[in-house]
Design a protein around this ligand. Sequence first.
Ligand code: FES
Ligand code: FES
Length: 352
Amino acid sequence: MSEPLIARRKPFLETVKQGKTYFWCRCGRSKKQPFCDGSHRGTDFTPLAYVAEADGEVLFCGCKHTGTAPLCDGTHNRLSERYEEAADDGPEVRMVNFEPCQAGALKAKLDGDCYVIRVPEAAQQIHGNLKLYPVIGSPDNARFLSQFAMRIDPGESPVMRFAGSDTALYVISGKGRLNVGGQAFSIGPESGACIKSGEALSITNPGPDPIALNLSVCPPCAAPEWLDRMPAAFDQSYPERVARVDEARREKMADRFFQVLIDHKSHGTEVTQFIGEIPRSRAAHHRHLYEETLTVLSGEGFMWTDETKAPVRPGDTIFLPRKQHHSLECTSEGGMRLVGVFYPSGSPAINY
Ligand code: FES
Ligand code: FES
């Protein structure tokens, strides 16, 4: 079969109706993208019929190279050597200052409900040897995720549970043991782990250094329950809970990389947790259909929305509402590393 034409290097966002059939243009020649207008005649292509499973919005592939036709799977990002970059600074963009918010944390509010938050250790609430701060939650108009910055000093942490939610944990520094139900898992820097709905967790820190972590919770919870002892609940369908950053498992996306640590396929979770690496560059503005949190692990730069931008540095967390038009710029020679979590679970390569 001959190669399809690339209609465009991005998907098309369309609203679909449950049960209705849509004929996706597979050849790339249609003038009514992403749908077939008959222009495939004389080629060896035919349109692909797609029946919508539910009312909603979907991203139909525009590059015609997706592996999950007719829907975009992010392959469009791999069709070029370089990720699509911003052409110029565009209209005037205002630099936003960080303002004090809850308990001495600092927040830079960008367009929409997007923001960057910086949390000093002193702002965290103390529970035994554990300190916690809610960096993302419903008061900030997060609808699907909440996230906590957490620090655990040496010793056995209290037992906590986010009832009815999946939790994705990421270890930024330090090492110890994660306890879930009666199971124990070793955790260290650059490891992700998941705790399933109905399960509780505690962390043993053998010392001497503290363990710094992020906990991303979906559906969102304002605060954990504190329990007197560890309940036995443990979902045996997913016995492996820890995923480590591994260069061999990175996926290339033009001149960027990502590695999915936890998602619906590996752990049956509502969220995807991934590590991303971006070179010194500023991506063209784009959107995602998911709600996302990003925490900067190394490198500096700026978070851009349409009319505002704010500096970002290691330790900062960014909240990105669904469909927020944005771009993350890396200004560090050595690039930027991030850990991201988003809902619903899918591929971090899918943007529009
Ligand atoms: Fe492309 Fe029909 S016009 S498949
Ligand atoms: Fe084709 Fe995304 S537009 S894979």
